[in-house]
Design a protein around this ligand. Structure first.
Ligand code: CO
Length: 137
């Protein structure tokens, strides 16, 4: 079911500062910022040859990463995103296997314009998992 790692997401308290640090200290190539009000985050991607690192900053009052940053104020790894070819098939398979999909269980549109789902971290040993549909896997 799983394809490539699409991205690894790191929550940061200040996206501008994080992007500047990645550029200055690591010589990183970084995408434009994107605000995703549906997800309560502003993101920028560190573009790598084999994958991406998503830097996440809270957006709005009910951001799902605000509580994460309360516990880890310096930032930290927030989720890992795997690619799947068919998100509806993945959802049915997960629900049949007893794993919990977060929210109302329906895919939302993610940062790349593709449908995404998040899986309960308690079902996966403390790590939040995002699945992103990549049709031409
Ligand atoms: Co993500």
């Amino acid at each position: 079911m799983l394809g490539r790692v699409n991205h690894i997401a790191l929550a940061v308290p200040d996206l501008q500062e994080a992007v500047e640090r990645y550029r200055a200290c690591l010589g990183a190539k970084i995408s434009a910022f994107q605000s995703l009000p549906d997800h309560g985050v502003t993101v920028a991607f560190v573009e790598l040859e084999n994958t991406k690192v998503e830097l996440l900053e809270p957006l709005g009052d009910s951001s799902p990463i605000a509580s994460f940053l309360e516990k880890t104020p310096n930032g930290g790894m927030h989720h890992i995103c795997y690619e799947v070819a068919d998100i509806e098939a993945a959802r049915r398979f997960l629900e049949a296997s007893g794993a919990r999909v977060l929210g109302d269980g329906k895919p939302k549109i993610g940062a790349h314009g593709n449908p995404v789902l998040f899986l309960h971290p308690k079902d996966f040993f403390g790590t939040l998992i995002e699945l992103e549909e990549i049709r031409d896997l």
